[in-house]
Design a protein around this ligand. Structure first.
Ligand code: HEM
Length: 233
C-alpha cells in the first residue's frame, strides 16, 4: 500500500512536469557557473601572453593534478558539460511536448502572451545556441575553422588574430547576446519553478535575472572588444 502511494507520487511528479523543470533549472544553473568561470578565465588575456598561455595549458593538463591524472580534468569536464546539455535539451523537449499535448486536449494553460513569447524565444535561441556552441568548438578547441591564425598559434595569439577581424567580433557578439538572453529568461523561469517569484519578490527577481545576464555579457565581451579596438595586441 505504502509502495503504491510512493509509486503514484513519483508518477505525479513526472506528469506534472515539476521534476523535469527542476532538472532544467539545475543543469542550467551548473552551466551558468561554467560561463562565469570561462568568462573570468578569458580576462587573463589582459595579463599578457605568458599569463594567458600558462592558464590555458594549466586547464588542459594540470588542473586537479595529482587528484586526477595529467590531462584528466578536461575530459571529465567535457563529459559533464555534454551530459548537462543533453539533460537540458531532453527536459526542454518534454516540457514543450507536455504543453502541446495539454493544449491539444483542451486544457486551459494559464500562460500570458508575454510568457508564451518568452517560451518561443527560449526554444529559438536554444536551437541557435546548439549550432553556435558547435561552431565555437570547431573554431577555438579543434581549430578546424581558422580565422586569421595558424595551427601553431599559441592560445593568446589565436585570440588576438581572431578578433582583429570585426566579423569575428560581430559573430561572437551575437553568440554572447543570445547566451545572455537565454540565461536571463532561464533564471527567471528557474526562480518561478522554485516558487520564489511572489508579489513581493517579483521586482527583485526581475532585477536579479537581468543582473546575472549582464555580468556574463560584460565579462565575455570585454576581451574581444579590447582586442578589436587594439588595447590588447
Ligand atoms: C567572447 C566569448 C568567448 C570567447 C572569447 C571564448 C573563448 C574560448 C577559447 C579560446 C576556448 C578554447 C580553449 C582552449 O582549448 O585552449 C574556448 C572553449 C570553449 N568555450 Fe568558449 N569563449 C567564449 C564564449 C563561450 C560561450 C558563450 C560558451 C557557451 C555557451 C562557450 C563554451 C566553450 C566550450 C564548451 C569550450 C570547449 C572547452 C573544451 O572542451 O576544451 N564559450 N572558448
Amino acid at each position: 500500500m505504502a509502495t503504491n502511494t510512493v509509486a503514484t507520487k513519483k508518477r505525479r511528479a513526472w506528469t506534472t512536469g515539476v521534476f523535469v523543470k527542476q532538472l532544467m533549472a539545475i543543469s542550467g544553473l551548473v552551466f551558468v557557473l561554467f560561463l562565469l568561470f570561462h568568462s573570468y578565465g578569458n580576462l587573463k588575456m589582459f595579463l599578457g601572453p605568458d599569463a594567458y598561455n600558462h592558464y590555458a595549458e594549466w586547464l588542459k593538463t594540470d588542473m586537479l593534478y595529482p587528484i586526477l591524472p595529467k590531462g584528466g580534468f578536461i575530459w571529465l569536464f567535457r563529459t559533464v558539460l555534454l551530459l548537462l546539455i543533453l539533460i537540458h535539451i531532453i527536459a526542454a523537449f518534454i516540457v514543450w511536448f507536455h504543453a502541446k499535448k495539454a493544449r491539444r486536449n483542451g486544457y486551459v494553460v494559464k500562460k500570458s502572451a508575454v510568457d508564451a513569447y518568452a517560451a518561443r524565444t527560449m526554444r529559438l535561441s536554444g536551437v541557435a545556441l546548439i549550432f553556435l556552441i558547435f561552431f565555437h568548438i570547431l573554431h577555438f578547441t579543434t581549430k578546424t575553422v581558422k580565422t586569421g591564425f595558424t595551427a601553431e598559434a599559441t592560445p593568446y595569439q589565436m585570440m588576438v588574430d581572431s578578433f582583429q577581424n570585426p566579423w569575428v567580433f560581430i559573430l561572437y557578439l551575437v553568440f554572447v547576446a543570445l547566451v545572455t538572453s537565454h540565461v536571463g529568461h532561464g533564471f527567471w523561469s528557474a526562480f518561478q519553478t522554485m516558487g520564489w517569484v511572489r508579489a513581493n519578490t517579483r521586482t527583485f527577481m526581475v532585477w536579479l535575472s537581468g543582473l546575472i545576464a549582464t555580468i556574463i555579457f560584460v565579462m565575455f565581451m570585454i576581451t574581444p572588444l579590447a582586442i578589436t579596438v587594439g588595447w590588447i595586441q
